[in-house]
Design a protein around this ligand. Structure first.
Ligand code: CIR
Length: 252
């Protein structure tokens, strides 16, 4: 069970956030309302939500998931790989330090939280443009002494591993067709989300409820078919800069 979350308000500069999609610029004021609704849902699901102010100079600052990997015993602060994002982690560290011991992943490696999928004590680290094998090894050094088992995963060509694979409870993953082939995931029940609803592979599981992005009816039906509770949230403005539901918070 999670008891806390950290989020950060989008910055007005989010209109210049990094993106690989062609959906136009985000509407900042609509993004603020969507962010409020997101925080309210987390609160409703029982989390004590710390909402940090936007960080000027960092258009992608609302995607706090990338700045740290938070486990029960420790939080690993990432160096962030995208040059325009390096430095976002500095203001997250003291906030996490209120709750956990923190360890810093060295800046010589590449590691972002969006590449790290945690299911109980199993930690899957996708190797992507943002996370390399040295980043995996550095995280392993921090987490293994606490009983976590880490596996490096070949990433399908997406921004982050969790663009393609997410846990929705009951030993079940949402996966892309490509990640459905990964041997290390075959012990999970797997629900394949086809490319026409690719964005909905990034659902967020919180304390027995799955938050599903609005506008993806097939995925919603598949998730509901597992019997889990669902909440649907519109995060269209974050989608425009490659951000999904998991990216918008750190949960622990
Ligand atoms: C980026 O490219 O870094 C942001 N525009 C999106 C980050 C999404 N984060 C995530 O998937 N964990």
């Amino acid at each position: 069970m999670f008891t806390r979350a950290i989020t950060r308000r989008p910055s007005e500069e989010m209109v210049d956030g990094l993106t690989t999609v062609n959906r136009g610029k985000p509407d900042f004021y609509l993004a603020l309302r969507q962010h409020d609704a997101y925080c309210q849902v987390l609160t409703h699901l029982g989390l004590d939500v710390t909402v940090l102010p936007a960080e000027p100079g960092y258009p992608d600052c609302c995607f706090v998931e990338d700045t740290a990997i938070v486990c029960d015993q420790v939080a690993a602060i990432t160096p962030l790989s995208a040059p325009s994002r390096q430095g976002e982690q500095q203001s997250i560290e003291p906030v996490l330090a209120q709750f956990k011991p923190v360890a810093r992943i060295p800046p010589s490696v590449r590691l972002e939280g969006g590449d790290v999928l945690q299911v109980e004590n199993e930690v899957y680290v996708g190797l992507s443009d943002r996370t390399n094998h040295d980043g995996f090894t550095a995280l392993k050094t921090v987490l293994e002494p606490h009983g976590y088992r880490l596996k490096a995963m070949a990433c399908c060509p997406s921004l982050h591993f969790k663009t393609d694979v997410n846990y929705i409870g009951n030993q079940t993953l949402l996966v892309s067709p490509c990640c459905n082939e990964l041997d290390a995931l075959t012990h999970f029940n797997r629900i394949v989300v086809e490319d026409d609803e690719a964005y909905a592979r990034n659902c967020l599981y919180v304390n027995g409820t799955v938050i599903v992005p609005e506008g993806f009816p097939e995925t919603l039906a598949k998730v509901r078919g597992t019997g889990v509770e669902t909440v649907v949230l519109n995060v269209s403005e974050f989608e425009k800069i490659d951000g999904g539901l998991t990216c918008l918070s750190l949960r622990f």
